[in-house]
Design a binder for this molecule. Structure first.
Ligand code: AHR
Length: 532
């Protein structure tokens, strides 16, 4: 025992001496990173639609998450829960993709309008019944309440062009047709605005297992006949048509992108597309097996490594798109992305319920930064999914609601909506854990619509503080301030009982000798604006 104490004291003294000589880092030492921002140069617009969301009829994504019904004791406006609306309004969600996902290719819109709703099935997601009480008019009401645009995915897999065309007529015509009168009778005389139209979903898989050529022939028919009649969307604000795109980087998906883009290059006056969708989940391996809480640094580093593959995937498909569309008229729309972990124990596996931790917050920031760096081509993205499903913004349980770490990242990034990309260079350093090596730091900068220069810096390293030195070219600053998001552990979560474990706190940077210095806590996401 005494021997152990003596050995411990000896190693402590040696350790302190080495720290004193600067040979090993002390617990308070920090990694240094220089970030240079050239505000005299600007790049593409960071389209606000990259902050879009996805709400599918899946588990409690809509039922219970958004919709509680008019007679519910949970405070609601026309059946839509007020707490969720308040939280989403604060995020300034640009658009919501609905009704699916795989669900969209089995959705028949007429079942979800009018006073009598048909009860149908949801075979994709748990085989439960679908009450259809939240249909087109309720979705539009929800969008109105949160101040967001509609991204409607039409049923290509098991529907018909006629069914989709009539749905669009129901939603958008101002002419006195039977469908217009039906919409008015359902309480909505004015036509709805539809910002985006998804022509099918994953048509290479759950959307009908089509070959690329077969899909292209369907896409042309839907693009031609599924029209938006809203008079306000004929010249400006035209509905953007999004074709099904790839779901990975393997040859079957590069062939898919080639086929759709080649068809686009040869398109005639009678049809058009404005976007190509891409789906990419951070899952590790199928079936999803990573735990969403109760994990350690190994799983933290592995999942972040997987998520950074998004960059290569976008580059790969962008390069194919460039061949057929060098002017970048067709946007790449990453309309399903986010983490997909093992279902929470005890939950219905078909409901895709998982926890949302600090790891998800760091991961969200890394992906948003990738989208921003590809802003010339990536002009839309929808995180999956908005509420209670996969990497959710919000979790609910009956009357309870909690905002997730991912929610706070989207809130912090709000100034980047429709901002202009500003180039940033930095020596990222390396964070290593086991056989995983990652850039220690990631950063983007942009000129916001408010005229301010906004900077985001993520410190991926869960162990080391990072001292950032911001070098500004083409501008100067007295200081900077904003918010930083971190938590005690990589798997820290917010719960209904402890909702403030992972919440942003204020941070500021001081100018010294013309440079700004900022201390970033381990595993943190930071957004600041310069004070000039
Ligand atoms: O988001 C869950 C599912 O993932 C969607 O329904 C489908 O498009 C994708 O495979």
């Amino acid at each position: 025992m005494t021997q152990h104490v003596a050995r411990f004291k000896r190693s402590l003294l040696v350790g302190l001496a080495l720290i004193g000589l600067g040979l090993i880092p002390s617990a308070t030492s920090a990694e240094r990173v220089e970030v240079s921002i050239d505000a005299s140069k600007t790049g593409a617009k960071i389209d606000r639609d990259i902050f879009g969301q996805f709400a599918e009829h899946l588990g409690h994504g809509i039922d219970g998450g958004i919709w509680v019904g008019r007679d519910s004791t949970i405070p609601n406006t026309r059946g839509i829960r007020n707490d969720v609306v308040t939280a989403l309004k604060a995020l300034k969600v640009p658009n919501v993709r609905w009704p699916g996902g795989c669900f969209a290719d089995e959705y028949h819109w007429r079942k979800g309008i009018g006073p009598q709703r048909a009860v149908s099935l949801n075979p994709n997601w748990g085989g439960v019944t679908e009450p259809n009480t939240f249909g087109t008019d309720e979705f539009m009401d929800f969008l109105g309440q949160i101040g967001s645009d509609a991204y409607i995915s039409v049923n290509v897999g098991s529907g018909t062009p006629q069914e989709a065309a009539e749905w669009l007529e129901y939603m958008t015509t101002a002419q006195p047709t039977t469908l217009e009168k039906e919409r008015a009778a359902n309480g909505h005389p004015a036509p709805y605005k539809i910002a985006f139209l998804g022509i099918g979903n994953e048509s290479w898989d759950c959307g009908g297992n089509m070959t690329p050529d077969y899909y292209v022939s369907q896409m042309k028919i839907y693009s031609r006949f599924v029209r938006n009649f809203n008079p306000a969307q004929q010249d400006k604000d035209q509905m953007q048509k999004i074709a099904v795109g790839p779901g990975g980087g393997e040859p079957r998906w590069t062939e898919w992108t080639e086929t759709v883009m080649k068809a686009y290059q040869q398109h005639t006056w009678s049809w058009d597309i404005n976007g190509l969708s891409m789906h990419s989940y951070t899952v590790g391996h199928w079936p999803p097996s990573y735990a969403s809480s109760g994990f350690g640094e190994t799983e933290y580093s592995q999942i972040l490594k997987f998520t950074l593959e998004m960059d290569d995937l976008i580059s790969k498909h962008s390069a194919i798109m460039d061949k057929y569309d060098p002017q970048k008229k067709v946007a790449l729309v990453v309309d399903e992305w986010g983490t997909w972990y093992a279902p929470l124990p005890g939950s219905n596996p078909g409901f895709l319920v998982q926890q949302n931790s600090l790891r998800d917050a760091v991961l969200a920031a890394l992906n948003l930064n990738i989208f921003a760096r590809h802003a010339d081509r990536v002009r839309g993205a929808n995180i999956a999914q908005m509420i209670n499903v996969l990497q959710a913004m919000i979790m609910t349980d009956k009357e309870k609601m909690v905002l997730t770490p991912t929610y706070y990242v989207f809130k912090m990034y709000e100034p980047f909506q429709d901002s202009t990309f500003v180039p940033v260079t930095f020596n990222s350093g390396t964070y290593t854990h086991g056989d995983v090596s990652l850039p220690r730091v990631d950063a983007i900068a942009a000129k916001g619509k408010d005229g301010k220069l906004w900077v985001e810096i993520t410190n991926i390293d869960p162990n080391e503080t990072v001292d950032v030195e911001l070098n500004l070219v083409g501008t100067s600053a007295k200081g900077a301030s904003g918010e930083t998001l971190t938590a005690p552990k990589v798997d820290s979560i917010n719960t209904f009982d402890a909702p403030s474990t992972v919440v942003p706190k204020p941070i500021s940077a001081k100018a010294q000798g013309g440079k700004l210095t900022l201390k970033l806590e381990p595993k943190s996401v930071t957004v600041i604006s310069l004070e000039q």
